[in-house]
Write a protein that binds this ligand. Structure first.
Ligand code: GDP
Length: 461
């Protein structure tokens, strides 16, 4: 394929010890050669580094190291060059200008990765994993993205897709011999394959819940009446004085989100205004928001002051918030202020009144008692989402949707076989299923989808 030559700053914009400009395309090496004072780059071996100067006509711009990579063993599978310069944004701009003057053009967002995909070096899910790797902020998301880059999800489904493709060919052959009423494709073998594909799809689809927790973090809503100790707990968890703590009821006016990392997983802690009926307008927005946050949360941490005597408000509130798919942890707080008898009683009162399942923990945020227990509860929630059998975890919404559509399509094929529908329609349903399975790796795709995926990349990637 003939590709024009693109260039972009590959490192972050701003001052750094070193900046890197990347150039890729048919003329990458000749364009750089024109502006490089040093060894003749056109004669350089692939994967070698050269010392010299970048010049604009006769004016030296910077002292640099230039790496030369010749196709096809490069990131884009095209001739590529990387210029390492002294990391000034001004120098970056000057070098890009002189590259453009000599025949390169500025790359669009994600264009290098898009070329790697178009040139067949990586599939679409691998291209997406590069963006995920760059965005990874914790161990779990880094590992999943790296596994994906190695071809994780595509390996899982591509051989099943190939088997299905064989069946499609046989069914289409039957269409060619329609008058002779022959059956080349063994229907029961096809059914077995469909079951196998469906199982695989199911386990991948199920992994999305864990994948989501890895990629976006687990949303934890910390709820409780004013003065229950929410802000103090938040600070104890984060070990920093970030939220405003006050003993005036209702001072946590707005919601504050903080990220907490436990055992390599991210938790988005949402501190909220006290949940209570109030006529204070600003406070009321907070209460409404709190309820919304619980709707979107994966975990509810409900705090009750261990010294509480009357639990009716709390019980009512917990019952209105608890749902089946919400992990609920009730914490009796400030246990340093009451006797163990008292807070043990809190648990039995709550268990009698609340029919839904919940975990119960007693804590003192001020004396840092049992905060580790709460952290362990949170991390065990994420751990139990992880399926034992699944090495590949779906983190990408697009893959999730394609898997669901594939599953629907596979079910239609099954139905078509059971109802002994015409071979034409069976072939149609099979093609449809193949298409959805191919969407993940990009074997089947369209420009709009590609544009959408790569536009989310940064320039230079
Ligand atoms: P919020 O309104 O739920 O956010 O409650 P705060 O975190 O602002 O706490 C209200 C009051 O209870 C403050 O005076 C805190 O110092 C106090 N408090 C919170 N947690 C504890 C605790 O574990 N032990 C004790 N003794 N006091 C606490």
């Amino acid at each position: 394929m003939n590709h024009d030559t693109i260039c972009a700053l590959a490192t972050a914009n701003g001052i750094g010890a070193i900046g890197i400009i990347r150039i890729s395309g048919d003329d990458a090496i000749s364009v750089c050669s024109k502006i490089f004072e040093g060894k003749n780059l056109e004669k350089a071996q692939s994967h070698t580094v050269h010392y010299g100067f970048i010049k604009d006509d006769n004016e030296m711009i910077d002292e640099v190291m230039v790496s030369v990579f010749k196709a096809p063993k490069t990131f884009t599978a095209e001739d590529s060059v990387e210029i390492s310069f002294h990391g000034s944004p001004h120098i970056a701009k000057k070098i890009l200008e002189v590259l453009i003057k000599n025949g390169a053009r500025m790359a669009k967002a994600g264009e290098f990765t898009m070329r790697a995909f178009i040139n067949g070096r990586i599939d679409l899910s691998q291209a997406e994993s590069i963006a995920d790797l760059i965005a990874s902020e914790n161990e779990a998301s880094r590992k999943v993205a790296l596994n994906q880059l190695k071809g994780g999800i595509t390996n899982e489904i591509s051989f099943l897709r190939t088997d299905l493709l064989n069946f499609v060919s046989l069914i289409e052959l039957e269409l060619d011999f329609a008058e002779e009423d022959v059956e080349f494709a063994d229907r029961s073998a096809l059914n077995q394959l469909l079951d196998k594909i469906e199982n695989k799809l199911n386990s991948l689809i199920e992994s999305f819940q864990y994948g989501n927790a890895i990629k976006n973090g687990t949303a934890v809503a910390i709820i409780g009446k004013p003065n229950a100790g929410k802000s103090t707990l938040l600070n104890a968890l984060l070990k920093e004085e970030r939220a405003i703590v006050s003993n005036i009821a209702g001072t946590t006016r707005d919601t504050i989100e903080e990220i907490l990392h436990i055992k390599g997983h991210a938790f988005r802690l949402i501190d909220t205004a006290g949940l209570r009926d109030t006529i204070d307008e600003i406070e009321a927005i907070g209460v409404k928001k709190a309820k919304e946050k619980v709707d979107n949360a994966n975990v509810l941490v409900y705090l009750i002051d261990a010294a509480t005597e009357d639990f009716s408000d709390d019980i009512q509130m917990i019952q209105s918030l608890i749902r089946e798919d919400l992990k609920s942890i009730i914490c009796a707080t400030k246990i340093d202020e009451v006797s163990p008898n008292h807070y043990q009683n809190v648990e039995s009162v709550l268990r009698n009144a609340i029919s839904q399942d919940f975990d119960f923990i007693t804590i003192s945020a001020v004396e840092n008692q049992n905060i580790e227990d709460l952290k362990n509860e949170l991390s065990s929630y994420v751990e139990q989402l992880k399926s034992e059998e699944n090495n590949v975890v779906i983190t990408n919404q697009r893959h999730f949707e394609a898997l669901q559509k594939s599953k629907e399509a596979i079910n239609k094929v099954k139905e078509a076989i059971t109802t002994q529908i015409s071979t034409e329609l069976l072939a149609y349903e099979l093609r449809n299923a193949l298409e959805h399975l191919g969407e993940i790796s990009g074997e089947v795709t369209n420009d709009e989808v590609l544009g959408n995926i790569f536009s989310k990349f940064c320039i230079g990637k």
